[in-house]
Design a protein around this ligand. Structure first.
Ligand SMILES: [Zn+2]
Length: 450
């Protein structure tokens, strides 16, 4: 009787588990002192490891196709890396490109990932070589994390829930000279903490994917130890509370948000604990199940820069600002080759779990306005997560409002990214044209007239 009952129960439970899920991780901590990314002010390579850095992969099989989400404790994966990894995964495992999503946590206490933020650093040949080797090994590590997650596929159930955390603050502070990086309590924020829970059919927790829209920059330029910043601490805290479980963090549209307060190691740990506690609370709630199938769409659109001329870069060459001069050299070289940089490719992706959740993944450092506008357009009846920092991080992506206001996200950061200058005023509409297109392809319509 007992045997019959347990067989009966497992058949019923397995029958209800319409997904398979698999999870894997690879340690991507640099083994030698390495140049760290995100702050131009750093003058020497990393000094030890405070916390390991991870690439993690969460794979789904909805019975028709396999989909994988890769998260990394890195500043920003450029397409030079993700294209190589995706090509390999497409070839070896037969996944469609639209079913592979790469996200970067945007930690500023991790290594430079070349060519992301190419003009920010003054590297010795030895450090440059070390970074080339790191990027090369990273492509292998990401592919092997994906392979391992696909190899781990087993019956699973998925749920979605939402929490909230308030340490993310709008950082575009109005000042006499324009907009400076500070704290702006009146600026837009998104404090949502979406949580995707992955369990075995018997209810055992296997993985949790959570996300937040805030720069992973509690730790500022004077920190030289490697770590995942608040996102790394949050993942570690969740994994400590649930041994054997993998916690994955996705960075959302946090380009114009900073943790507040910041600049102390204890604060990074504190924000991590805050986020982990909120995820733990959501995990214990009654959550909405996610159903198959997963529909996906992926598109590369082009964003255009404002017009520029050879003359302006010839002038910049004389600038005392080393970064401006460096950018001018790169742009004049492009002019000399007859190929001035007028636009950048821009990836936009949607993953839709039946009618329960759509995950939109945008390239670049995306400001929160995109997330808020997408929520206004698509409504709250079905869950929506809008991630930035996905598939490629080629520069900041300002909204039209922020482009017009100016400041770091629209103008200054473009120099470090080696882009010719600000985008033209179409940027927001071009991104939304692509969002509308991928949303339509996964069957999600705006809930109100645009
Ligand atoms: Zn950033």
């Amino acid at each position: 009787m007992k045997t019959f009952l347990s067989v009966f129960l497992s058949v019923v439970l397995l029958g209800a588990a319409e997904f398979k899920a698999g999870v894997a991780r690879v340690n991507i901590t640099p083994q030698l002192p390495i140049w760290m990314s995100g702050y131009a002010s750093r003058t020497r390579p990393s000094e030890g490891v405070f916390q390991d850095l991870w690439a993690k992969a969460l794979a789904f099989d909805d019975g028709r196709a396999k989909t994988v989400i890769v998260t990394t404790d890195l500043i920003g994966l450029p397409r030079a890396v993700t294209d190589l990894v995706a090509a390999r995964v497409i070839k070896e495992y037969g996944l469609d490109r639209s079913r592979i999503l790469f996200n970067s946590s945007h930690t500023h206490t991790g290594p430079v990932v070349r060519p992301n933020l190419a003009l920010m650093y003054d590297l010795s040949p030895e450090q440059a070589q070390r970074l080339e080797e790191y990027a090369r090994k990273l492509t292998l590590d990401l592919a092997s994390a994906i392979g391992a997650a696909l190899g781990d596929l087993a019956p699973a159930r998925l749920w979605i829930g939402h929490g909230s955390a308030t340490f993310g603050a709008n950082r575009r502070e109005p000042a006499a000279t324009g907009v400076k990086i500070g704290v702006n309590p009146a600026g837009p924020v998104d404090h949502d903490v979406p949580v995707i829970k992955v369990t075995a059919p018997d209810g055992r927790l296997r993985a949790v994917l959570f996300a937040y829209a805030c720069h992973n920059t509690t730790l500022t330029g004077e920190f030289y130890q490697l770590s995942g910043d608040y996102a790394g601490f949050a993942q570690a805290e969740i994994e400590k509370a649930h041994p054997g479980v993998t916690a994955l963090f996705m960075q959302l549209c946090g380009a114009d948000q900073n943790p507040d307060p910041r600049s102390k190691l204890e604060l990074a740990e504190q924000h991590g604990r805050t986020l982990a506690a909120e995820v733990a609370r959501v995990l214990d709630e009654k959550l909405r199940p996610l159903r198959p199938p997963i529909r996906t769409a992926y598109k590369i659109t082009a964003l255009e820069f404002a017009p520029h001329s050879r003359e302006q870069y010839e002038k910049d060459l004389e600038s005392k600002n080393a970064y401006l001069a460096r950018r001018a050299r790169a742009m004049l070289a492009a002019y000399a080759e007859g190929a001035p940089v007028r636009r950048t490719p821009y990836p936009v992706q949607a993953l839709r779990f039946n009618g329960d959740l759509t995950l939109v993944a945008l390239g670049g450092e995306v400001v929160v306005d995109y997330d808020l506008r997408a929520r206004r357009e698509y409504g709250t009846k079905e869950n929506l997560i809008v991630a930035g920092f996905s598939n490629d991080v080629m520069c900041y992506i300002p909204s039209l409002r922020i482009l017009k206001e100016g400041g770091y996200e629209s103008v200054d950061s473009m120099i470090y990214y080696g882009q010719p200058g600000p985008f033209n005023e179409q940027v927001e509409e071009l991104v939304f044209d692509a969002i509308h297109d991928v949303m339509k392809r996964v069957g999600r319509q705006p809930s109100r007239a645009r």
